[in-house]
Ligand binder design. Structure first.
Ligand code: FE
Ligand code: MN
Length: 361
């Protein structure tokens, strides 16, 4: 089917069939190889919707006041050693982790997926990791923490080193020219999506999220707590993004989803949970006011099972209860009125104005 545009003495022929073939060749992997970026017609509607949600959540670290945090940090009596150590571990771990995630998004996942709307939302994901990395820089410089100490944390604290090695292992062989028509290679990529989305961002981030936000609930580190809330909200979208990518990849490539492979993923989650529990014990070697390591450890069991179920895998410790129900509310930032009168609200307003006429794309 062709359409001819006659403009003056020139004619242009547009071939609908060719365009439809291009659309039909959209795939998570092994789709049409092209440098062009035609989003429409969308095949992965969820990816575009998620991109818009993520964009509407935009925040800037400098908009969050740090004066209370600085006052508490400098005062010799306002904080216990454990509370200070949790912040050090939080900054030390996430400074490394945000970079690792961003690098993997750009150089492994975005590089290997082929549909433009998937590349679009992955670009936004990488940008959010940059915002998170920047927020840590802002925390470090506001509190006056020696940045060399921060670097040393992820070189020298064994439980941080182990967590980082666990995830970077799954991205090393995936960087270039991987033949994704081979089942074993597809499984490497699927494993990467699972480890980064469900084990790391989905589970291993949650020990510290819980601890820092527990402090925040006691009015300690209000600025840092605020940034962690925004980060947690972003992470929940990253977890969803990687979950959907994995599910669509499996649907399009059923050869990936073998019994052995499913067992391998479950085992990886088991390792991720063990590493996180060791890490929590390092963050909280003694109980502090309102903070018990056992509760955070139980929370990790609970959250890991939710991640496993979300991708159709059996839970590790079925029936475990959520010991921190307030953490979910902490994430629900939109519901609050006047809680932060900064750009976050304005961005959301601006983007909802644009929503009206292109909602049905
Ligand atoms: Fe992040
Ligand atoms: Mn993330």
């Amino acid at each position: 089917m062709e359409k001819i545009y006659q403009i003056g003495n020139k004619s242009f022929v547009l071939d609908q069939t060719k365009a439809e073939a291009a659309y039909a060749a959209k795939r998570v992997i092994n789709g049409r190889q092209t440098m062009t970026f035609n989003l429409l017609p969308l095949k992965y509607q969820w990816a575009y919707d998620l991109y818009r949600t993520m964009k509407a959540n935009h925040w800037e670290p400098e908009d969050v006041p740090m004066n209370k945090d600085i006052e508490q940090w400098r005062h010799p009596d306002l904080l216990s050693d454990v509370e200070r150590w949790i912040i050090m571990m939080g900054i030390g771990y996430f400074s490394a982790a945000e970079g690792i995630v961003g690098d993997n998004v750009i150089h492994v996942v975005r590089e290997n997926v082929t549909a433009p709307e998937l590349k679009l939302v992955l670009g936004r994901h990488a940008h959010e990791e940059n915002i998170h990395a920047d927020s840590l820089l802002y925390m470090i410089s506001s509190l006056g923490i020696n940045p060399h100490e921060c670097e040393a944390m992820f070189e020298d604290v064994p439980t941080i080193v182990k967590k980082n090695e666990f995830v970077t292992r799954t991205s090393q062989n995936l960087r270039r020219d991987l033949d994704l028509t081979v089942t074993a290679n597809k499984q490497l990529l699927a494993k990467n999506m699972f480890v980064f989305g469900q084990c790391m961002e989905g589970t291993q981030f949650y020990g510290l999220f819980g601890m820092v936000l527990s402090l925040y609930r006691q009015n300690k580190f209000p600025g840092i707590g605020q940034m962690f809330r925004y980060t947690l909200r972003d992470e929940s979208n990253h977890i969803k993004l990687f979950r959907n990518l994995l599910m669509d990849l499996i649907e399009e490539n059923p050869d990936v989803w073998t019994e052995d492979f499913r067992e391998e993923l479950t085992d990886l989650m088991r390792t991720a949970v063990d590493l996180e529990k060791e890490f929590i014990r390092d963050c909280l070697p003694v109980n502090a006011v309102g903070l018990s390591a056992d509760e955070f450890i139980q929370y990790i069991d609970y959250i890991a099972d939710r991640r496993l179920e979300s991708v159709g895998l059996p839970p590790l410790t079925a029936g475990v209860k959520n010991p921190l129900p307030w953490l979910a509310e902490m994430m629900d930032i939109q519901k609050e009125q006047n809680f932060f009168e900064g750009r976050v609200t304005e961005y959301q307003k601006a983007s909802s104005l644009q929503n009206s006429d292109d909602d049905d794309l």
